[in-house]
Every structure is written in structure tokens, then in C-alpha cells.
Design a protein around this ligand. Structure first.
Ligand code: ASP
Ligand code: MG
Length: 333
């Protein structure tokens, strides 16, 4: 098994050594054109809904700890330990408190486990459209997420016919609203389809991929149990142990599209959740000070741009959607 993995890594590594050349191929040109059109469509849609785009901070004393087993990048910043953003969650909440509806096109880095190099949907360096809405519920956020995805898909369908044809991609038109399955219903659905999963954990990649194949259209998984997510997803007061959060899943086996939630923004509760999830509150001093002074409640989500491109273009590997991609365990340009 180990030698299989290292052979596979070697093969991928050889292929990616020349990634700087791939951009010259007509295939890459079609993919990047579609990505550009999708980003433009999403930006226009969000602006028309009153969102403002901000330039994302990409380094800071702390970053998002809720990254599904990946590691953060730490570096020395004039004698202090700093992080490269694994997501802009903490800064999104700060920005929302001043501006109401905001988004970043945010570069994120996550040191994913080595075996993620072969899932076809993990990158170490990626970009997400990361947004936050003041005074919103997670249902409000889901409604923005589904309309945003429809906007991207339908605009690409309408304006990139020749590129889609070149890629041999038959991209179905989408209309909101999307189905919502609770975490509990999802586990039951998996069980009926022969996959047993322990309650309380994140849904593993292979189970998520199976769901994504079976359901046949984009859908939300909502209400994850408390142990499965970061300290900032808000717990439902009436249903202790259940978080007011969601993942949006692509059809056709492409897996996760977006993750989002209503935020726990109350100082005492966040402190307790940090302790519960093993975070050292002293590291989050600026964030906790902000919460102690008080920020509005909010909800938001992040949608990975390369995964979106993978779905739009029907690509086997997410790394095809990126100039000089970085994959776990591979040293490439
Ligand atoms: N921070 C989450 C992530 O990067 C997204 C969100 O909850 O807004 O997955
Ligand atoms: Mg996620």
C-alpha cells in the first residue's frame, strides 16, 4: 500500500513538474475562461445584492482551526508565531461588523494529509469566495449560496458554449431552491445505501462522494452535531448538540461545494467552545476582545473556486483548475 502511494505520488509529481507549461494548452485555456466567467457572474450577483468585496488579509496571529484534519502554516513574524490564513472566517466577522454584507476572494493554505493528493478534490493552496451577512440566519445564507451557484452555472452555460463543448461537458441548468437533508437524515440515507457511519463526526470524503453521486442534484446537509465543526458554528439553543450550519454538495460525485453557518458570536459561549475544541483562547486575544465588545449576529459561507471550476468543467481532478497547483506531499513549481 505504502509503495503504491509513493509510486502514485511520483507519477503525479512528474506530471506537475511542468505545470507551468500546461497553461499553454487549449484545454487549460477553456478551463480558465470558464473560471473567469463564473467569478465575474458571482461578483456581479453579490454586488447587485448589496455585498461589498474587500481585499482579504492573508496572514495573522490566528486562523481558522476548523479545517477537517489539515494543518495550518506557521511562520516567524518578527519574533512571533503567525499563520497563513486557512480561511478568513475571523476577519469576515470583523468586516461584517462594520459593513453588513461582505465578501473576499480569499487565498487559503491548508497542509492537507498526503492521501488527499489522490481524492481529486483537494489542493493545499486554493481560493474561496468567502462571505458574511450581518443579522442573517443560516437559512438566509443557504438562500444566497444556492442563488450564487445557479448564477455561476447558468451564466457559464449561456456564455461558454464552445468551451463546454471542447471539454465535452454537459452542464445542467440549475434552479433554486435546493433540497435540504439534516445530518441525521444523511446518516440514515447512507445506512440504507450500505454505508455505516458513527454519529458525531464529519462525513468522510468517500461517503460524501457517494451521496453526491446518489442524490442527483445539488443539495444541502444541515445541522451537523457539535463535535464535527469549529467553535464558530452556532449551537441551536432549542436543540442542544445541534449546530445551525450546512454544507452544500454538488451532484455527479463532485462532493463539497460550500460550508457555512450561523455564528456563535457571544464571548462566553465562544470561550467555552474554544476550550471544548482544544483551542488556546490566549492565542485569539484580538478576536475575543472584539467579541467581548460585541458584534452583530451573522451567517456566511465559503465556496471553493477551484472545486466550482471542477464541477463546471466536469474535471476529474481539481488541480486542473489552477495555475501551478500545489498538492499534498508534492514539490512542484
Ligand atoms: N470557514 C468556513 C470554511 O472555510 C466557511 C464558513 O463557515 O464560512 O470552510
Ligand atoms: Mg468545508
Amino acid at each position: 500500500m505504502e509503495t503504491e502511494v509513493s509510486l502514485e505520488l511520483q507519477r503525479l509529481s512528474q506530471q506537475l513538474q511542468q505545470s507551468w507549461k500546461i497553461v499553454r494548452t487549449p484545454r487549460m485555456k477553456a478551463i480558465l475562461k470558464i473560471q473567469d466567467i463564473a467569478c465575474d457572474a458571482m461578483r456581479s450577483y453579490l454586488r447587485s445584492e448589496g455585498f461589498i468585496e474587500l481585499l482579504p488579509p492573508i496572514i495573522g496571529p490566528v486562523t481558522d482551526p476548523g479545517i477537517r484534519g489539515a494543518k495550518q502554516v506557521t511562520f516567524d513574524y518578527y519574533g512571533r508565531e503567525y499563520k497563513v490564513m486557512s480561511s478568513a472566517i475571523l476577519y469576515k466577522q470583523a468586516a461584517m461588523s462594520g459593513l453588513g454584507k461582505i465578501f473576499f476572494m480569499s487565498p487559503n493554505v491548508r497542509l492537507e494529509p498526503i492521501d488527499s493528493a489522490f481524492t481529486g478534490r483537494h489542493l493545499v493552496e486554493f481560493v474561496q469566495l468567502d462571505l458574511e451577512i450581518a443579522e442573517a440566519t443560516y437559512f438566509d445564507a443557504m438562500s444566497v449560496a444556492e442563488r450564487l451557484l445557479c448564477e455561476a452555472v447558468n451564466t457559464v452555460r449561456d456564455t461558454c458554449q464552445s468551451e463546454l463543448e471542447y471539454l465535452n461537458r454537459n452542464l445542467p441548468r440549475l434552479t433554486p431552491p435546493f433540497k435540504k437533508l439534516t445530518y441525521d437524515e444523511t446518516l440514515e440515507y447512507l445506512r440504507v445505501n450500505g454505508v455505516k457511519m458513527r454519529y458525531g463526526i464529519e462525513i468522510p470524503w468517500d461517503a460524501e462522494q457517494l451521496l453526491s453521486k446518489l442524490v442527483g442534484e445539488p443539495f444541502f446537509i444541515i445541522d451537523y452535531p457539535r463535535g464535527a465543526r469549529g467553535f464558530y458554528d452556532r449551537e441551536d439553543e432549542k436543540r442542544p448538540g445541534i449546530l445551525r450550519d450546512f454544507d452544500l454538495i454538488y451532484p455527479e460525485g463532485y462532493g463539497e461545494c460550500a460550508s457555512g453557518a450561523e455564528r456563535e458570536h457571544r464571548y462566553e459561549k465562544v470561550l467555552a467552545r474554544m476550550k471544548e475544541t482544544g483551542e488556546d483562547p490566549r492565542k485569539y486575544s484580538w478576536y475575543l476582545e472584539m467579541l467581548r465588545e460585541g458584534i452583530p449576529p451573522s451567517a456566511g459561507f465559503g465556496i471553493g473556486i477551484e472545486r466550482l471550476t471542477r464541477y463546471l468543467c466536469g474535471l476529474e481532478y481539481v488541480w486542473e483548475a489552477r495555475l501551478c497547483p500545489k498538492l499534498a506531499g508534492i514539490h512542484s513549481p
